[in-house]
Structures are given as C-alpha cells and as structure tokens.
Ligand binder design. Structure first.
Ligand SMILES: Nc1ncnc2c1ncn2[C@@H]1O[C@H](COP(=O)(O)OP(=O)(O)OP(=O)(O)O)[C@@H](O)[C@H]1O
Ligand SMILES: [Mg+2]
Length: 264
C-alpha cells in the first residue's frame, strides 16, 4: 500500500452472493467509523459494478486507460474524493457511468494495485474495501497486495447466501485472512403497523449457516425501504437518518469492528 495508507487497518467487505448489501454496509460502516473520530478511506474495488459513486452522488470523468498509461509514464498520483468526512476512491470515478470495464486481465490486475498504491490516501486509521461478490481473481489479487486486518462477510438470511458465503470463508481461510465476523443484512422487515419483524426470506438453519461455521454475528440489519431510497439519492442512511435503527446498528457494528481489530 501507499506510504501512510500502509498503517491503516484494511477491512475487506465480502460476500458469496451478489446484491446482499456489501456496498451499503461498506459505506455506512465507514461513516460510523469516521463518526468515532477515525480517519477512514473507502475503496470501491468492485471493478465490474462500482456502486459507491452512485451512493454518494459523485462522478468523475478521468478515463481509466489514460490514468493507467499516465502512471506508466510517471504521471501524478490520484487524489481521493472527500465526501461525508470519508476519503473515497472508486473505479467508477475513473470510467464513465455507462461504460463497462473491459480491460485485458494484466491491466485489470495492475489497476487494483494502482488503486491501492497510487491514491494519496494520506494517514488513515481504517481503509474499508468494498469487493465484488464471489471468489474470483480480484479477491485473490487483493489478498496478495494488502495485509488485511480482516474481512467482514455479508450474508442475507436465506440459505443460498450462507452456502455461497461458505465458499468465501474457505477462500479467506486458505489465504490466511482473519474473519472478523459477519453481517446479516435484509434480516426481516418491520411491519409498518405493529413493528413486528416479518421474515421476507426463509431463514437458513443454524447448521447450514455461516454462524454454525464459527463466524461471529456482528450485526443484523433489517430490510428498510429507506435504505434503498437513501442509497439511490446519494445520501447514505447513516447520514440521512442518523438517529434511526440502521444508524444505531452501524454504530454497534463499528464498535465491534474496532474491538476485533484492536484485539489482534
Ligand atoms: N437493509 C436494507 N434494506 C433495504 N434495502 C437494502 C438494504 N441493504 C441494501 N439494500 C439495497 O439493496 C440493493 C443492493 O445493495 P448493495 O448494492 O449494497 O449490494 P451489493 O452486495 O454491494 O451488490 P453487488 O453484489 O452487486 O455489489 C441496493 O439497492 C441497496 O440500496
Ligand atoms: Mg456492491
């Protein structure tokens, strides 16, 4: 990692299944860590579907190819974008909003390294890294590039999310990445009339879940239509509803993450 970002505790946010809320959790967790007075960076390393720019309503128009070529020629380092007190970097800032990233594999590998090393992160306490789902090359590449303080595994309540999550666990354990714990997202929906939690997805059983596999459950976030609206509107739920249930759970999650990292 770049000079002083190298001292940051880097946390990878992973999942087996797509769409379970990694980007939402990464962003709101980063905000909750920053609220504690910590210097926090957020790297959106989802090369195939960078969603963080949309979630914070930011775009950048510096074409990735030009940046990569510029760096090869000794061009300037990238400045992270500051938003809501976070330092952000995303492949999405480097490519057009509707442009699919189709770089040849060697360039793609180089791009991840450059996002870690060429960004002027400055001094950070935490670097939260939002990953694409699954166990592909990009994840493996990251483990080789950064010594992670640990990984967070995001799952939905349903069986498939847990079964796919177990593949990620296997990948993390094989790569000797400490598993800090898991976040269950979209865990029930509060009835707007009586407040009782309704299970929208059938729940995985304890034996089949990642919790039965020794992963500590750090937070359970219910479904809340406001989360999706806030994400699409570019003002994350932690900012748009700082006194709400989601923000409270993110504060607890941040506190548990800090404890888990400090304990290592
Ligand atoms: N607790 C929640 N309640 C309601 N909507 C949610 C919740 N968590 C996430 N969402 C919404 O679900 C969608 C998927 O979330 P998100 O993009 O964070 O998932 P992801 O795991 O990063 O997806 P991908 O695998 O595509 O990167 C988004 O529209 C987001 O706003
Ligand atoms: Mg995502």
């Amino acid at each position: 990692m770049g000079a002083r970002a190298g001292t940051a505790a880097a946390i990878a946010v992973t999942s087996g299944k797509g769409g379970v809320g990694k980007s939402t959790v990464s962003l709101n967790l980063a905000l909750a860590l920053a609220e504690r007075g910590l210097d926090v960076g957020l790297l959106d390393a989802d090369f195939y579907g960078p969603d963080i720019p949309l979630m914070v309503n930011l775009k950048r128009s510096q074409p990735l190819e030009r940046w990569l070529l510029g760096r090869a020629g000794g061009g300037p380092a990238l400045e992270p974008v500051e938003r809501f007190g976070l330092k952000l970097m995303s492949v999405g800032f480097l490519i057009g909003e509707r442009q699919a990233l189709s770089l040849p594999a060697p360039l793609l590998q180089g791009a991840l390294r450059q996002l870690l090393t060429d960004v002027r992160w400055g001094s950070l306490d935490y670097l939260v890294i939002d990953l694409p789902p699954g166990t592909a090359d990009l994840q493996q590449e990251l483990f080789g590039l950064v010594e992670l303080a640990g990984a967070l595994l995001v799952v939905g309540p349903q069986d498939v999310a847990h079964l796919d999550g177990k593949k990620v666990l296997d990948m993390l354990r094989t790569a000797n990445v400490p598993v800090l714990g898991g976040v269950e997202n979209m865990a029930g929906l509060a009835c707007p009339h009586c407040g009782e939690l309704i299970d929208v997805f059938p729940r995985s059983t304890p034996e089949r879940s990642v919790w039965g596999d020794g992963v500590p459950l750090l937070a359970s976030l219910p479904l809340d239509p406001e989360v999706g609206r806030a994400g699409d509107a570019g003002a994350p739920i932690f900012v748009s509803a700082p006194e709400g249930t989601q923000a409270r759970i993110y504060r607890e999650l941040a506190s548990r993450i800090v404890d888990a990292v400090d304990a290592r």
